[in-house]
Design a protein around this ligand. Sequence first.
Ligand SMILES: C[S@@+](CC[C@H](N)C(=O)[O-])C[C@H]1O[C@@H](n2cnc3c(N)ncnc32)[C@H](O)[C@@H]1O
Length: 194
Amino acid sequence: MTVPKRPASAVQWARVFIHPALGNGSTAVDATAGNGQDTVFLAEGVGPDGRVYSLDIQEEALTRTLRLVSGKGMSERVKTILAGHQHLASLVMAPVDAVMFNLGYLPGGGREVVTAPDTTVSGIMAALSIINPGGRISIVVYTGHKGALEESQAVAGLLSGLDEKEFSVQKMVFWNSHKESPELYFITRAGDKI
Ligand SMILES: C[S@@+](CC[C@H](N)C(=O)[O-])C[C@H]1O[C@@H](n2cnc3c(N)ncnc32)[C@H](O)[C@@H]1O
């Protein structure tokens, strides 16, 4: 699996965090498929016996994701779903071992379709409800585009209220970077996989 040896970006750090939750036969969710790069990372991690559910509200994103996954010969282990992550819990076979959120807009696509505070909060709550004990959730939050501040505040508010006995939450920021750099949350559910 391609785990960055020297992670630099938020996306790379998210992969370093998620990696230990994956193994052959695992189940994972890419809650924002986009161009499919996280889906490919997860598909490698769950191995030939595993399953990745890859969601996006844009058909273009799922087309790009499928193209990338097929090119790597892994389409059998990936199911793309044209739906918002706020509906996650009813669309995947729970429980799951890992969920990745990479918020914002589709790189190389229009900026008018972008993740939104309400649906992001619902999507994270859905992910928290289906994650296995010991399972991991990563959330990359961008802060530079219109509406980003509201989304960042909504995510922070939700996560600060989680019961620390059940979920461990860490936040990473790029401290000496410019003020619009991304934020990254690492969430681990307590316990061991049953
Ligand atoms: C930054 S991109 C994701 C990048 C992707 N993970 C990758 O590896 O290329 C964000 C994506 O979230 C999608 N999106 C927006 N609202 C969504 C929602 N409610 N549920 C699922 N996806 C959503 C956008 O269409 C966009 O493709």
